[in-house]
Design a protein around this ligand. Structure first.
Ligand code: HEM
Length: 414
């Protein structure tokens, strides 16, 4: 469907028939007009029927913030359904601190936060730069290649291996497990095709990482995630399911999101050549550009909460037990909060004001690390490749949760 047809469909469909949970609209990149209309006409919208049951859509920046900061009412708890519009099957539930409310959430989050504390980030900067340079130097010139595979996946996989201190040569195993955690099992290209298969693969992941976890428990504490979990008061004795869930969270948290910002950034700049030129002319704009890219790309499409009591939001009555979905893709394009939001503008006055990292107690632990990785990537790109041409459309992921790009053909002139 072309742009005009999508817009016409979104404008003519009765609001009652709106279901923005359909992963197809993210794979086809046709979600914009649906959210524009919801923000205009029914910003807190109830969808009575969907493949995930009834749910509320929260589409404006300020309403999303209200849900984010009010965790007493809007729960992330696994037992109530967790953080995705799709419930995890009860018998395969894998809790982790992103699927918990305070105080348990806070205790576990505190254990892993030091891995991304400013001093540790400063320590890692040299290594991240070295690896980024080696990946960029090895890229082919004068021929078309897949940016996702050779750059975005490679760099984020290296980062994961560093954070976990995982055996270097086996590092793509971590990428595979990340893909398994986020896969939509109905997508033909997914690495697993049922919840049972996903559970079996993640059991193998937890067993393999469990061996390293046990080894690190015997050694003095170090600055890697497995060592931190093995020594943390709140995490050293986690039940197996929770261990599985926590590893899944830490692997996915820093992987797909940053990966898609690396790809989405190149796409956004090539769609906005004037901004790309500004960046070449003045690399000191990189930090602001990085934040703008993270807003513009919005790597996590939504987070879900469940109401613990009756409440009101945007003039609507939400009932206890209702599913409430915060659509970050929409909040980040809300013109009441962000000027000219559909354009990528690398010199915004307050570039970190966006929803891509969430807000409140669950605000992304790794946000500064992600920004660091992206800043270094762009500093090193601009030093060696003033021009990287996007040669064709991206292939997008079939998901309503991770805003993913599977491949992007590019070419660096010879
Ligand atoms: C551009 C990159 C990234 C984006 C867009 C992103 C996005 C998010 C979002 C939306 C949340 C949930 C926020 C909420 O519910 O309010 C989150 C939480 C989290 N992220 Fe990230 N993330 C990124 C990079 C990273 C990195 C590099 C790491 C790991 C080092 C990481 C680890 C986590 C963890 C552990 C949580 C759970 C926090 C909690 O529940 O307290 N993320 N992230």
């Amino acid at each position: 469907m072309n742009d005009i047809a999508v817009r016409t469909k979104a404008d003519s469909l009765p609001l009652d028939a709106f279901d923005v949970s359909d992963p197809q609209i993210y794979q086809d990149d046709t979600w914009y007009p649906y959210f524009a209309r919801l923000r205009r006409e029914d910003p807190v919208h109830f969808c009575r029927e969907s493949r995930y049951g009834p749910y509320w859509s929260v589409t404006k920046y300020k309403d999303i913030m209200q849900v984010e900061v009010n965790h007493q009412v809007y729960s992330s708890a696994s037992e109530l359904g967790g953080i995705q519009i799709e419930d995890q099957p009860k018998d395969m539930d894998r809790p982790s601190f992103i699927r918990m409310d305070p105080p348990r959430h806070d205790d576990q989050r505190k254990v892993v936060s030091p891995v991304v504390a400013p001093a540790n980030l400063a320590n890692m900067e040299g290594l991240i730069r070295e690896r980024t340079i080696s990946v960029l130097e090895a890229l082919p010139r004068g021929e078309t290649f897949d940016w996702v595979d050779l750059v975005s996946i490679e760099l984020t996989t290296m980062m994961l291996a560093t954070l976990f201190d995982y055996p270097w040569d086996d590092r793509r195993q971590l990428t595979y497990w990340s893909d398994v955690v986020i896969a939509n099992v109905n997508a033909p290209e997914a690495p697993v095709h049922s919840e049972a298969e996903r559970f079996a693969e993640l059991t193998k992941m937890a067993q393999a990482l469990g061996v390293l976890f046990q080894e690190r428990a015997q050694l003095p504490p170090r600055f890697d995630l497995l060592s931190m979990l093995a020594h943390g008061e709140a995490t050293r004795n986690m039940p197996f399911r929770e261990f599985m869930g926590t590893l899944g969270l830490l692997i996915v948290g820093g992987n797909d999101t940053t990966r898609n910002s690396m790809t989405g950034g190149l796409m956004a700049l090539s769609q906005h050549p004037g901004e790309y030129q500004k960046l070449r002319d003045d690399p000191s704009l990189i930090p602001g550009m990085v934040s703008e890219i993270i807003r513009y790309v919005t790597p996590v499409i939504h987070m879900r909460r469940t109401a613990k009591e009756d409440t009101e939001l945007g003039g609507k009555t939400i009932r206890k037990g209702d599913k409430v979905v915060m659509w970050y893709v929409s909040g980040n394009r809300d013109p009441e909060a962000i000027e000219n939001p559909d354009t990528c503008i690398i010199v915004r006055p307050r570039p970190r004001q966006h929803l891509s990292f969430g807000f409140g107690v669950h605000r992304c632990v790794g946000n500064r690390l992600a920004e660091l990785q992206l800043r270094i990537l762009w500093e090193e790109i601009l030093r060696r490749y003033p021009v990287i041409e996007v040669m064709g459309p991206p292939q997008r992921v079939y998901s309503n949760f991770i805003h993913g790009i599977r491949s992007l053909p590019v070419r660096i002139p010879a």
